[in-house]
Design a protein around this ligand. Sequence first.
Ligand SMILES: *Cc1c(COP(=O)(O)O)cnc(C)c1O
Length: 424
Amino acid sequence: MRQETKCIQAGYEPKNGESRMIPIIQSTTFKYDTSEDMGKLFDLEASGYFYTRLQNPTNDMVAAKITALEGGTAGMLTSSGQAANFFAVFNIAQAGDHVVSSTAIYGGTYNLFNVTMRKMGIDFTFVEPDCSPEELEAAFRPNTKCVFGETISNPSLAVFDFEKFSKAAHDHGVPLIVDNTFATPINCRPFEFGVDIVTHSTTKYMDGHDATVGGCIVDSGKFDWMAHADKFPGLCTPDDSYHGITYAEKFGQEGAFITKATAQLMRDFGSIQSPMNAYLLNLGLESLHVRVKRHCENAQKLAEFLENHPKVSWVNYPGLPSNKYHEMAKKYMPDGTCGVISFGVEGGRKAAEEFMKHLKVAIIATHVADAHSCVLHPASSTHRQLTDDELVAAGVGPDLIRFSCGIENIDDIIEDVSSALYEI
Ligand SMILES: *Cc1c(COP(=O)(O)O)cnc(C)c1O
């Protein structure tokens, strides 16, 4: 099946007389005839459901759809994108371990790594996305367990150099984990470029309608854990909490990572997505291919309009030939990048605030990447505690406006932006 067909059909095949839509199994528990039947599930001897804190059939059908879209072998939903990134890293790194991460990542992920996971005893080295192979090489340590990056970073819109990072990760015998939220598997399939594990905040384009917070992890099944067994004891030595099974042996390269994350992390942290939310997420996935295309067409036209406007001082959008990442975007995402643009207006902070006040189609919201156009001025909202100098150092100048292009008619979006620019 091609991507468009997978969006509609993958993950669930109704049998004779069954519901056409994915059923919502809104149940915490599942019934069994004998205790032995249930015991087999607890020993991971049989697959099935016993408690929705760990696994739920609705969630698994939706995860299977995303897994098919990414071209992976196993996947799971989580309660949020934050939970997905935490699980993906914590599944293979523990106290005393180390992770190499790109600096060009979502602020929430940066805080998760740099503050919360440091408190858990995991160390991080951050490298610039444009670092030289030598600088990247120097970031590794004997206890490095994975490398992390974002396909298109939120909000700096840096395009990730998959080849450079995957080569370095694999030279050191560790997997590359990439957050593919902004590109979605419609525009980019990171597994084709050497990535081993993909994560998503499904809250963004996948849901696409401002309806549900959620996340997802997908495994390519390509990383050979057993070949690096000394680095990954959690996958390659017996788990005493499951009668001594060894995940990489019992579930193979294809299933070990997700089975361990479900059996241990979901069991202990319970960051499950509710089945109702998974159902709503599936509705979003069904139109993902249509929406993403439209987001990108609209963003391209708006970026071109902004680039030619006298009151706009700069525009950052990888779809523009003038953009630093344009060539890399064409290589990894020939069909388009995402619907998010950042730009600055003449007159700095005051003018940016004034501009936003006059928008009518685009709303002011701390969100990106959904059907509704929305706009954020970080200097007066998410980053308002910072001084102008600190803002510049954080790569979010006082004049920066993040514009998430929705799927409304582009003429309405451009007219809205144009008249708001007229007011400043
Ligand atoms: C929003 C976002 C996250 C966090 O996801 P939540 O669903 O809000 O927890 C992670 N990564 C990226 C790239 C994001 O845009």
